[in-house]
Structure formats: C-alpha cells, structure tokens
Design a protein around this ligand. Structure first.
Ligand code: MN
Length: 191
C-alpha cells in the first residue's frame, strides 16, 4: 500500500483535492460508529435504521510513528446533520499532548472546535484556501457547516499519538448547530 520512501522523500498530487485517495490507506467512519457523539442520540438511531451513511474518511500514507517525522494526509467530512447538529469528526487529544497540528482547507466550509484540559475553548472557521493552526495541548474536531464535502489537508508530529477516549466520554464544551439555517457555536447541553 505504501510505496513512498520516508527516507528519501516523495511528492503527492493534491490537484484533485482528494489526490491521496488513490495511493493512501483510508479509514472510514459511518454513522453507526458515531453513537453517543451527537447531542440528539435518538435521531442518530433513526437515521442508522434507514441507512448507515458515511460521515467522514481520512487518508494517510503510513508515516513511521517516530520523532522528527511529519504525518500528513486528508480528511473528507461529508455534509449532513444529526438533528440540528452538523456532521463532525470524533475529535481527539494527542497522546503527546504538547504537539500541534496544521489543517489547510482544500474545499468546503466549517469549524475547527478546540479545547484544552483547562477548559479553554476556541472555535475557528475553516474556509477553502485558509489554514488553521491547532496549538499544542488542544483537543480538536472538525465540523462541516456547508452543503459540500469539507476537505482538509493535515500534518502533525508523527509520534503524537491519538487519544479519542477523553473526548468520547463527555464531548467538547462547544457544539455547532443549525439554527434557522445559520451555523451557531453554542454550549454543549451535555456538559
Ligand atoms: Mn490531531
């Protein structure tokens, strides 16, 4: 699967926005894997019973998980909602918590929802052509508030590791909801 040489370097074609998809390993997250993530949990069960749709997928190149390397890839987050809450990724801290990440939006619109262990929150807009820097120490999740796939390039320290569990138990303090056709960042009622 991985024909790239992490010792000599290589080039990747992103010209189609999802160029990685031809060569990289993809991980897919369907609605059934997102139970308990959205506020309106009864709505997700109703949706799954009709069709277990794909919420997002990400593509990675199998970077060695070692200090000094940079893992990178793309995330494709599809448009949709569970109740009034926009589709989003599960979100995570890095195991090595003091490692940052850069996201660059290739297409679509949304938010990067972030919070640190002290409870400080930041929600930054994601717009095609703009980058968002996720500072060290911040858990992060992306939310698609538009009508087209939100496609992001990401890169982070290859040995950072992923901690999904901390977020899974309680979610983020902020959620993004559709209020009369407008995306609003608001307090998570589950907190
Ligand atoms: Mn990350």
């Amino acid at each position: 699967m991985n024909q790239f040489d992490w010792e000599k370097g290589f080039a990747v074609d992103f010209s189609t926005g999802t160029g990685l998809s031809k060569t990289a390993k993809s991980t897919k997250r369907f609605l059934s894997q997102m139970k308990g993530i959205f506020c309106e949990n009864d709505k997700i069960e109703e949706m799954i019973s009709k069709e277990d749709i794909l919420v997002y997928e990400f593509y990675e190149l199998g970077c060695p998980e070692r200090a000094g390397d940079l893992a990178f890839g793309t995330t494709i987050l599809y448009p949709g909602k569970v109740g009034s809450e926009f589709f989003m990724t599960k979100g995570h801290f890095h195991v090595q918590i003091d490692t940052a990440e850069v996201y660059y939006a290739l297409s679509g619109t949304g938010y990067m929802v972030m919070e640190n262990m002290a409870g400080d929150t930041e929600c930054l807009p994601l717009t095609a052509g703009e980058a968002v820097y996720v500072p060290r120490g911040y858990a992060h999740r992306t939310v698609n508030t538009g009508g087209v796939p939100l496609i992001l390039f990401f890169t982070f320290a290859a040995d950072a590791g992923h901690d999904y569990g901390t977020i899974e138990t309680k979610g983020f303090r902020k959620i993004v909801r559709d209020v009369d056709g407008v995306a609003k960042v608001m307090d998570n009622p589950k907190w």
